[in-house]
Design a protein around this ligand. Structure first.
Ligand SMILES: [Zn+2]
Ligand SMILES: [Zn+2]
Length: 367
């Protein structure tokens, strides 16, 4: 069995379950949520559809991000529209649909921001590690445990924190936001730890990035015949941002943070400008009468846009620096043209930092 095949099946089962849960919740006849404040259900809508989209993306049914976003958006609108059916006894609202779309927008931005560059060093091993990890039931159990723990800890922390504020937010709101943040942090930490140890194992055992068979010797895998350069198992530069050394911190770190800040300022300016114009159709979303839940959802979208713009910029900058990997030493800047490489790996004559040599040598000609 190919690595990742079993894990993908589990993802799909989880995705269908999540879909059924959200659909049931949104279509339960006459569901009356005892929410402490007007607009809280907007946050629920956004969180539910964000989670749904994030669970569906790794199923691999749709691999193009724009197509995926379009499908998810259509589903969310259909979900809201069918609530208008008479026998459902629910209320279909434009603002609910907007909240759903906001949740999907945030999920799409997260997906774009976390997308891996296939040319980044160590990508093949990282991708294999992901597929091997999702195949293991222990990994799913660890994730379930950290989800529960993260939700509880995050919820408690935010409820406590808001009660100390001079103008406390409603506990229901803060519990929900705290739980969402807690789950994100706990899941991220768990997954990073599992991936790191799996990557280390795959490197040590020289596993084929295509089929996962350990102990590959020579240029091709004996198991599946795939061509495997030895640079596949090379450990990427230590202590680095985006796979490039720290001396590039301005291009890869500072500038992207500035871009994110600029995006936030622009969005704020635009929303102030539009709310001054007082366009009737936009009144539920801008201006003094916006319900607090909707405002929270819109703020979250603005933050997600800014953060993913910064991340995207950072990744692009790192990619451009790495494109010169075999031309200029990433660690010290020494000219590498003319350095001899053995089975895809060269070594800088100045600082001994290893670099990957493209198999066809095309990159070196450009320089
Ligand atoms: Zn193989
Ligand atoms: Zn060097």
């Amino acid at each position: 069995m190919q690595p990742g095949a079993r894990g993908t099946l589990w993802w799909r089962a989880l995705a269908w379950m999540a879909l059924a849960t959200v659909f049931t919740a949104t279509h339960w006849p006459n569901l009356q949520l005892d929410l402490p404040m007007r607009g809280s259900d907007k946050v629920l809508h956004a969180v539910a559809f964000m989670m749904l989209a994030l669970v569906w993306w790794p199923t691999g049914f749709i691999r193009s991000v724009p197509l995926f976003a379009l499908a998810a958006a259509s589903w969310s609108i259909l979900d809201e529209a069918t609530q208008a059916l008479p026998f459902v006894h629910r209320h279909a609202g434009v603002e609910d649909a907007v909240a759903n779309l906001c949740g999907i927008a945030i999920a799409t931005l997260v997906i774009v921001a976390l997308r891996q560059d296939p040319n980044a060093p160590g990508h093949a091993v990282r991708a294999l590690a992901w597929r091997m990890v999702i195949d293991r039931p222990q990994a799913w159990m660890a994730c379930a445990a950290s989800t529960v723990l993260g939700a509880m800890v995050g919820g408690v922390i935010l409820v406590t924190a808001q009660s100390l504020l001079r103008q406390p937010i409603k506990p229901m709101h803060s519990a929900l936001i705290g739980a969402t943040l807690g789950v994100a942090v706990a899941l991220h930490a768990t997954i990073v730890v599992m991936l790191r140890s799996m990557e280390a194992r795959l490197r040590a055992q020289r596993c084929c990035p295509a089929c996962g068979v350990p102990g590959v010797q020579g240029p091709a895998c004996a198991g599946c015949g795939a061509t495997v350069p030895s640079s596949a198992w090379m450990v990427p530069l230590a202590r680095s941002l985006g796979g490039v050394p720290d001396r590039h911190w301005i291009r890869v770190g500072l500038v992207p943070v500035g871009i994110a800040g600029l995006m936030l300022v622009l969005i704020m300016a635009a929303s102030i400008a539009i709310s001054i114009r007082r366009i009737e159709a936009l009144q539920p979303y801008l201006g003094p009468e916006v319900d607090p839940g909707m405002r929270l959802v819109l703020d979250a979208v603005a933050l997600a846009v800014a953060a993913s713009a910064g991340l995207w910029w950072s990744r692009r900058a790192a990619g451009r620096i790495r494109a010169k990997e075999a031309i200029e030493c990433l660690a010290c800047g020494h000219d590498l043209r003319g350095t001899v490489a053995e089975s895809g790996i060269g070594r800088c004559s100045e600082c001994a930092e290893p670099f990957r040599m493209p198999m066809d040598g095309s990159v070196r000609k450009e320089g």
